[in-house]
Design a protein around this ligand. Structure first.
Ligand SMILES: CC(C)(COP(=O)(O)OP(=O)(O)OC[C@H]1O[C@@H](n2cnc3c(N)ncnc32)[C@H](O)[C@@H]1OP(=O)(O)O)[C@@H](O)C(=O)NCCC(=O)NCCS
Length: 274
């Protein structure tokens, strides 16, 4: 038995990218095509618990009988029963190893459960690089330099409640930074910057979902942001423009919203989920 198991759907790009990344490290995983051979209820309960998630977190709506089965009001037990009866309701891919279990959306998240090892760069099916993220300190000089170069605020970096990450390719090339502030179920994404020499190479479109994933795993259910020049970029990755009166007070009273971003900055938001 391989030390890594992937619950895989070959029709899903994220699942294929995840499998590609596992194999990139020379690992030959057990590939469970769960639509044909679904996990038992007990196995599913175990995977969900080890991932630190709930059945509701891993239920898939798109392209499934979720609405037809009226699962909006289902409790955890009913969701599990539905997923066992209709495995298409299980979101994919779930990867299990000795290091843990993760629902790998985006696919780069699988690095959390693979043995840490250096690697060569690798690319998703759309040509974007797989990225690693590392938590960094707010006073990291490279973060500050990149934010200044991107004309983004640095005045409030050291205040409490902020998290910052550096992003690099699998071979270790630093490509950008991002951060968030968490206010209950609302996160303010901030300090998103791709280094100038690697902009327009699909790094931003990979970096933001990875950043939003980290916020989501800390409880965020909506990601908000303010941008002076990149609204067109965020439009392309599913963020919607919002009026200020649609945002919760916690977001409107952040330093970014109150004083650091001009009132002309565009407010945008996206619901978070796998
Ligand atoms: C905005 C930024 C993060 C985008 O990252 P990137 O790696 O260059 O973007 P990608 O290559 O992933 O681009 C994805 C798409 O958005 C488009 N795009 C990129 N930057 C854009 C911008 N500023 N405005 C409009 N569209 C943009 C790309 O052309 C691409 O379009 P396509 O899918 O049709 O080809 C990066 O340009 C940057 O760091 N800018 C300076 C700092 C900044 O403005 N940060 C946002 C603050 S909230």
């Amino acid at each position: 038995m391989s030390p890594v198991t992937i619950y895989h759907n070959p029709n899903c790009g994220t699942s294929r990218n995840t499998l590609k990344l596992i194999r990139h490290f020379g690992i030959d995983p057990d590939v469970v095509e769960y639509l044909a051979t679904p996990p038992s209820r007990e196995a599913l309960v175990d995977l969900i618990a080890r991932a630190g998630l709930t059945a509701r977190d891993i239920v898939r709506k798109k392209g499934t009988p979720y609405a037809e089965l009226g699962l909006d009001s289902a409790d955890e037990a009913a969701l599990l029963d539905a997923m066992v009866a209709h495995p298409i309701l299980i979101n994919r891919p779930i990867v299990a190893s000795e290091r843990g279990v993760a629902l790998c959306r985006p696919s780069d998240v699988v690095l959390d459960v693979l043995p840490l090892q250096p690697g060569n760069d690798a690319f998703k099916e759309d040509g974007a690089q797989f990225l690693r993220d590392d938590r960094i300190a707010a006073d990291d000089p490279a973060l500050i330099a990149a934010l200044r170069a991107g004309d983004l605020p640095v005045e409030d970096l050291a205040e409490s409640g902020r998290r910052f990450f550096a992003y690099r390719t699998l071979a270790g090339t630093r490509v950008g930074f991002g951060g968030y502030e968490l206010y209950g179920h609302d996160a303010l994404l901030r300090s998103v910057v791709v280094l100038a020499n690697v902009q327009t190479k699909k790094i931003g479109r990979n970096l933001v979902p990875l950043l939003a994933y980290r916020a989501m795993r800390e409880g965020a259910r909506t990601a908000w942001l303010l941008t002076k020049t990149a609204a067109g970029f965020f439009d392309k990755i599913g963020y919607k423009r919002r009026d200020r009166d649609e945002a919760p007070t916690a977001i409107l009273t952040t330093r970014q919203a109150k004083s650091l971003c001009p009132t002309s900055a565009v407010l945008m938001a996206k619901k978070l989920g796998f």
